[in-house]
Design a protein around this ligand. Structure first.
Ligand code: P6P
Length: 336
């Protein structure tokens, strides 16, 4: 029977990518396949949430002081388990874990990569059936293989990522990942249980008509941010508008939509979050890497997200990301 080569599965795609890179060892491809496996297991639980006792709060709070949902813990355990028992990851940092986790068996310690995860972003939306997602970032370790990883392996600037991606558990389940070779999206084909290439070579449109921000915080934003939001509201057919405001409150969905259609997503600093709400290492760095590879821009309002030298696993940052020309217009307001 002829094999349908038109639609590659994630596994086929990562192996094809590996074959085209001289000297590739296949470890990164294997790591991405491991992440895809864990995402499929999380997807099963997310899709039946509400039918089984996995909704609601776990009765604990995480290092961020936020209520942990049962699905948060399940997702964290899935990604931790697959990577710990795989052969491609030496340790992980997770939103759900106070400190990074060293995989101290001999095979894991000999692995080349470490990962950062937000296992289930937007989990406050779980109980009301709004789409949620997983976000991940991959670094090559800087310490010697064969030894336990250290903080230095994780606290690298985002410009040293070798891959990053996200999974959206929504109307369909899609995994998007980027390497320096490009951004590609894979939709879970339930008939074969495989992520299949659906969005090859994703490019972020240079401009768009969607702006995403929480208007409820408007009076806490700086004048520059407020002026840019007013400029978005004033757009009309004569100056690239009219714009639409879209804000789901689930970062993976908001940024994914704007990546595909063109747009800008903003989470500025506010009074009770002067350093911003979103985390640098496992939310902003991965999306900044993906969007930049796709042709967009990501800053903290003053510098490239990917150039920030991290000082802590869970540090936060103001976050602006999206279409190049829209980000340039935003910057003209922030630097006035
Ligand atoms: P707010 C979800 O909790 C999250 O971390 C992101 O997914 C989302 O973009 C943001 O927070 C929403 O925050 O303050 O607007 O509800």
């Amino acid at each position: 029977m002829a094999i349908n080569r038109r639609v590659l599965t994630l596994d086929e795609f990562t192996i094809q990518q590996m074959r085209s890179i001289p000297g590739a060892t296949g470890e990164l491809s294997g790591l991405l396949r491991d992440i895809g496996l864990a995402a499929k297991r999380v997807n099963v639980e997310v899709n039946k949430a509400g039918l089984v006792d996995i909704l609601g709060d776990a009765g604990t709070t995480n290092v961020q002081g936020e209520e942990v949902k049962k699905l948060d813990i399940f997702a964290n355990n899935q990604f931790m388990g697959v990577l710990r028992h795989g052969i491609n990851c030496a340790g992980i940092g997770s939103e759900e874990m106070d400190d990074f986790v060293i995989f101290d068996d001999e095979i894991s310690m000999n692995s080349k990569y470490v990962c950062m995860f937000d296992p289930l972003d937007g989990s406050a939306n779980i109980d009301v059936n709004v789409s949620i997602g997983t976000i991940f970032s991959v670094f090559k370790r800087v310490t010697e293989r064969g030894t336990p990883v250290t903080a230095a392996d994780f606290l690298q600037p985002g410009n040293r990522q070798v891959a990053a991606g996200y999974v959206i558990y929504g109307s369909s389940t899609i995994l998007v990942y980027a390497t320096k070779r490009g951004v590609n999206g894979f939709t879970l084909d339930q008939s074969i249980g495989e992520f299949s290439l659906s969005h090859p070579d994703i490019q972020c449109p240079p401009t768009g008509k969607i702006y995403s921000v929480n208007h409820g915080h408007f009076f806490q934003y700086t004048p520059g941010v407020q002026d840019y939001i007013h400029a978005c509201q004033a757009k009309n057919a004569s100056n690239g508008g009219p714009y639409t405001q879209r804000y789901i409150g689930s970062m993976v969905s908001d940024v994914h939509r704007n990546l595909i259609k063109g747009g800008i997503f903003m989470y500025p600093a506010i009074k009770d979050k002067p350093g911003g709400k979103l985390r640098l290492m496992y939310e902003c760095n991965p999306f900044a890497y993906i969007v930049e590879i796709a042709g967009g821009v990501a800053t903290d309002g003053t510098q490239r997200i990917l150039d920030i030298q991290p000082t802590g696993l869970h540090q936060r940052t103001p976050f602006y990301v999206g279409s190049k020309l829209m980000m340039e217009e935003l910057n003209s307001y922030l630097t006035k």
